[in-house]
Design a binder for this molecule. Structure first.
Ligand code: HEC
Length: 721
């Protein structure tokens, strides 16, 4: 085991000498500058930025933990994040301190060796803001720079904290807070500017990326990804790109003129230091349905695009649109990875930008020009026949759905979502946390804009069964698939692939130890052989393991870490996606090292009694009305078919379902609006709210019967030798 490379040993000796000569020097916290960030790949002891390095490869040079010894990996420490809501954070580790976030944008500084809490910062978000969050009140992490820690807060604030104490240094509001904007993504610091985007395109906003001075919090530049409703200049750096390119691809009428058009920059931001470009991913259209969004039926740039701008000024350089005229929530916000691949003339390297967006195709672009090099589907999909020579999809006409539901793969949750992919530059392999979550698309004939509510222009009840018997439940569950795919971007084909038992699995970490780490929805965290895909080690982390794992080294010991917790956007797929009912479980940071023998505390498995709280009521017409209204208004938080993912209350078992008056006081009266359960008085009449209750009670009776049936089947299986 010779993980300590000579140069690192040398550096350690030097720093020991420096420390010895000025022993009273105060400890430095997050002492990160441009040089250190640019050099991150050569200092794998630290994890300095969300994607590990500016090129977002999530590949660590550490090799102490490798195929020969990974079986000895054990729990070094755990830290309780004290939230039952979704956790998606990748920890930053620098100068011995781990900076990590959890739900509601809370930031924690921990001793990276022991997990001991150094400080905690709570931005004290008004919980009512939860109603704006499409996909739970998650946060994917912080950025660090010159003694400060930067966090994007779910309510649209960008804040700078003192890295030593957690005290607020500055705070600025980056969005119009009267609109349904949220921030879930991790900021990046490039050239002294903090880059931050936002989300909200399900409810209706206009997307942009902003750069703020890391020192002062002043706005330096802003790039809007779609025109404003009048196609007039904003006085922003995006003005000329929108005038010359963007505006021409939008009509003058449609819901985009009131809904903002979408195009939020809610996740990936890479920095290409060779070309001095910031390259970011742009999200879906708002509303989703293009017929409703833009009667002009154009490509709607820069929706679903990868955009490159000048790093210092934000001036437009190039774009590549993955899904012209997005109609399906096909964001191109997924991980953008930069790499040098031997694909030039005579084996020369060519600098590329790569992405595996929601639409299911893997793209290879020239990082300098954005020119399409190649692309291929990495999952089975039925919306396009392939890509043309320019990388434009050749659409299956049925995918431009009407009122008849079309079952499409990928669905809105995508063939790959926010869970970060990784790239091993020694093997030239990308590792994609891929999934199949097909869904029905159909237009909503009664579409009208609803403030502070989902506005997709699609029928959110399309294709779902009114009655859930065992066969239907099993058929639905069987459509959900997940894979870890080792993808060769040069040949655009899978080298190997590991089939998982479910979709919505975790982000990926690649290491020079020849390993690939990935968590799974059901709580398994595993290491695979990077070359063969053979599973070499696994541990049950006792909660959902969806985040991107990280690795670092302290005093010559390598650590591997992951944040856990149920939740995140799987609320959208709901509890029917799980094989077992999921209890609320508190999220954690779980950190491993070789030879450690710690344990992960057992979760608190107390679940509310899963029994109907009232007798069935309502005739067929009322139940049908309740089914429709439920799926249009409640599905996105309480789960399809009224089956919760375990994060927000499962209405079937709620005592409130038994009491018509209390139900109305919450659903229409807004009695719990301070907690993110908004009033639906603008969209539902009292009799419609009561119809929703009738449907929920029906689902409680059907669900209890179904669970009894499943339990009996499982008992019979155990009894049969
Ligand atoms: C934007 C997300 C969101 C949507 C959409 C939503 N809810 Fe809720 N709901 C919540 C949250 C969060 C809570 C928990 C509030 C609390 O902790 O007090 C909740 C709680 C409830 C409760 C109380 C349950 C209990 O046992 O405490 C009821 C009843 C309820 N919701 C009904 C509905 C109905 C009916 C709809 C659709 C018309 C709906 N909700 C849509 C977020 C949502």
């Amino acid at each position: 085991m010779s993980s300590m490379r000579p140069y690192r040993l040398f550096i350690s000796l030097i720093s020991a000498l420096i420390l010895a000569s000025c022993g009273s020097e105060p400890a430095k916290f997050a002492d990160v500058d441009s040089q250190r960030l640019l050099n991150a790949a050569a200092t794998p002891e630290e994890w300095l930025t969300y994607g590990g390095t500016y090129d977002e490869q999530r590949h660590s040079g550490l090799d102490q933990i490798n195929a020969d010894n990974v079986a000895q990996l054990g729990v070094a420490w755990t830290y309780d994040l004290a939230t039952e809501r979704g956790v998606e954070s990748t920890p930053i580790v620098v100068d011995g301190v781990m900076y990590v976030t959890s739900a509601w944008s809370v930031v924690y500084a921990l001793d990276a060796k022991t997990g001991k809490e150094l400080w905690l910062y709570n931005p004290n978000v008004d919980k009512a803001v939860g109603a704006k969050a499409c996909c739970d009140v998650v946060n994917r992490g912080v950025a660090v720079w010159k003694g400060k820690v930067y966090v994007g807060v779910i309510d649209g604030r960008l804040e700078a904290l003192d890295a030593a104490t957690g005290e607020l240094a500055w705070s600025t509001i980056t969005v119009d807070q009267s609109k349904p904007y949220t921030i879930t993504g991790a900021p990046r610091v490039v050239k002294g500017n903090v880059l931050i985007g936002n989300g909200g395109a399900e409810l209706g906003v206009r997307g942009y990326l902003s750069a703020y001075s890391a020192a002062t919090g002043d706005l330096v530049w802003r790039f809007y990804t779609v025109p404003n409703p009048n196609k007039q200049p904003d006085g922003a750096i995006s003005d000329s790109a929108l005038k010359d390119i963007g505006n021409l691809t939008w009509g003058d009428e449609g819901a985009w003129t009131t809904d903002g058009g979408g195009g939020t920059v809610w996740d990936s931001i890479a920095y290409d230091d060779v070309n001095d470009s910031v390259i970011f991913g742009v999200g879906n259209g708002s509303p989703w349905n293009r017929d409703v969004r833009d009667t002009g039926k154009g490509d709607n740039l820069f929706l679903s695009s990868i955009v490159a701008v000048d790093a210092a000024t934000g001036a437009y350089k190039w774009h590549f649109q993955t899904t012209p005229g997005d109609n399906w929530d096909y964001t191109a916000t997924q991980t953008i990875i930069l790499a040098d691949l031997p694909i030039g003339a005579g084996g020369a390297t060519r600098r590329v930008a790569m992405q595996a967006p929601k639409n299911g195709f893997y793209y290879l672009l020239d990082a300098a020009t954005g020119k399409f090099i190649s692309g291929e589907a990495f999952v089975p999909q039925n919306w396009a026949q392939g890509l043309d020579v320019n990388g434009r999809p050749i659409e299956n006409p049925e995918a431009r759905y009407g009122e008849t539901p079309f079952m499409q793969n990928p669905g809105p949750l995508g063939a790959h979502n926010w869970q970060p992919m990784a790239f091993n530059p020694e093997l030239n392999l990308a590792y994609i946390p891929a999934q199949e979550i097909p869904d029905f698309y159909a237009s909503d004939s009664l579409f009208e804009d609803r403030i502070q509510s989902w506005n997709t222009g699609t029928n959110l009840a399309a294709g779902l069964p009114m009655d859930l018997d065992l066969a239907t439940a099993m058929a639905l569950r069987a459509t959900l698939k997940g894979r870890l795919i080792a993808w060769d971007p040069i040949t655009q084909s899978a080298r190997w692939s590991v089939e998982h038992s479910n979709a919505w699995n975790g982000g990926v970490l690649s290491t020079a130890g020849g390993l690939v780490f990935q968590g799974r929805l059901e709580g398994e965290f595993a290491a695979y052989n990077a070359v063969t895909g053979e599973k070499l080690w696994h541990q049950n982390v006792k909660s959902g393991a969806a985040s991107g794992p990280g690795t670092y080294e302290i005093n010559g010991e390598q650590y591997v870490t992951i944040t856990t917790g149920w939740g995140s956007a799987y609320a959208l797929a709901g509890g029917s996606a799980y094989d077992q009912p999921v209890p609320p479980i508190v999220g954690k940071v779980v950190t491993f090292k070789l030879g450690a023998t710690g344990t992960i505390p057992d979760p608190n498995l107390v679940m509310a009694p899963r029994t109907p709280k009232a007798d069935r009521f309502g005739d067929q017409e009322m139940i049908q009305l309740g089914f429709d209204k439920y799926h249009f208004n409640c599905r996105v938080c309480h789960g399809p078919l009224a089956i919760s993912s375990g994060v927000l209350p499962d209405l079937r078992w709620s005592p409130i379902s038994a009491n018509a008056d209390v139900w109305q006081s919450i659903v229409l009266g807004g009695a719990l609006s301070a907690n993110g359960m908004v009033s639906f008085a603008d969209t539902l009449s009292p009799s419609e709210a009561e119809a929703v209750r009738a449907y929920v009670i029906k689902q409680a009776h059907d669900g209890a019967a179904l669970e009894a049936e499943v339990a009996a089947l499982m008992a019979a299986q155990v009894a049969t030798p």
